[in-house]
Ligand binder design. Structure first.
Ligand code: PLP
Length: 341
């Protein structure tokens, strides 16, 4: 796959914005009068536009080399940049598998790019006959979104590499929840799979939703293109520092992730005892999709008890999506769910 052949045509001759920190990269200077910054204060300097230190830490933790890493202002920025990089509005199409993460559709709409949808099968896996049918209809989606573990169903999507071989555009594999999964990340397949792009986030397992740090792993060529079109200072200094601090404590992060996984099993077993819980879907993430008798009624009853879960009944009939909280929070939830029987 040649990235250039897939790009939005108007970008081919783009001259990226060159920041003051791009023009001067030496380390000898001690007086900086080149960026119209304020000489006073603590956050007065622009952040590193290339997030070098952060990428070093990501590289160590993830085992992927720095030129294959892009950092965004949350994964939502990465989704948006990829659409803008590859898709011609009103002309190209993209593909997703529902039920899935709502931002793909929102970003598609904002960018005025058609997003086709093929429902997952009854096991929330890729529906191959439907996919083959779609592709044989002369469809060539520029971006195919796969969320695995999938939000809201929680399961891992199988055979993503087969999908990469079938489609001609890129496959954006959204691994936002991968650190909670017992299955392994496809990061190890990046080198053999040129059209595979993997996004992860520090918002979930790394506990940094407030900091907005999304990470994208792809071929060096594709990462270079993302660098050309990104806002120059897309990740703030505060966000970069928060992410670096978290990545330096990788051991304690792993302990917390293990705890969340155990709490997921605890939540699962407690929910099973409730008479109106009809099904709990297996989860590789930090949430459970739970089918109840009447999701909207149960949702409102829980709100009345000051507990907010997510009502997903529009995506999955009568399903609530419940995030794994602390043991105390789970116990409060179960107490409230018992009260409303
Ligand atoms: C929460 C979530 C994200 C995280 O997005 P950020 O912008 O990085 O916070 C990405 N993808 C999915 C599927 C999610 O559920």
């Amino acid at each position: 796959m040649k990235v250039e052949q897939l790009l939005r045509k108007s970008l081919l001759d783009i001259k990226p914005y060159s920041s003051a920190r791009d023009d001067y990269q030496g380390s000898d200077a001690s007086i900086f009068l080149d960026a119209n910054e304020n000489p006073f204060g603590e956050l007065n300097r622009y952040p590193d536009p290339h997030q070098r230190e952060l990428k070093q830490h990501l590289s160590n933790v993830k085992g992927i080399s720095e030129p294959n890493i892009f950092v965004g202002n949350g994964s939502d920025e990465i989704i948006d940049l990829l659409i803008r990089l590859f898709c011609e509005p009103e002309k190209d199409c993209m593909l997703q598998f529902s039920p899935t993460y709502g931002m793909y559709q929102v970003s598609a709409k904002i960018n005025n790019v058609q997003l086709d949808d093929i429902p997952l099968n009854e096991n929330f896996q890729l529906d191959w006959p439907a996919i083959d049918d779609y592709l044989s209809n002369n469809k060539s989606p520029k971006i195919t979104f796969v969320c695995s573990p999938n939000n809201p169903s929680g399961n891992t999507i199988e055979d993503v590499l087969t999908l990469c071989n079938k489609v001609s555009g890129i496959v954006l594999l959204d691994e936002a929840y991968i650190d909670f999964s017992s299955k392994k990340s496809l990061l190890t397949e990046l080198n053999n799979t040129p059209n595979l792009v993997i996004s992860q986030t520090m918002s979930k397992a790394w506990g940094l939703a407030a900091a907005r740090v999304g990470v994208c792993f792809a071929s060096e060529e594709l990462i270079q293109w993302l660098n050309k079109i990104k806002p120059p200072y897309n990740v703030s200094q505060l966000n970069q520092q928060a992410a670096i601090k978290s990545l330096k404590q990788v051991e304690s992060q792993h302990v917390l992730i293990q705890e969340i996984i155990q709490l997921r099993e605890y939540l699962h077993s407690e929910l099973l005892a409730l008479p109106y819980v009809q099904k709990i879907y297996p989860s590789d993430a930090n949430f459970l999709l739970v089918e109840v008798d009447d999701a909207t009624t149960r949702y409102n009853q829980l709100i009345h008890e000051s507990i907010v879960v997510r009502n997903r009944t529009k995506l999955m009939k009568n399903c609530l999506r419940i995030t794994v909280g602390t043991k105390l929070e789970i116990n409060e939830l179960i107490k409230a769910m018992t009260t409303i029987i």
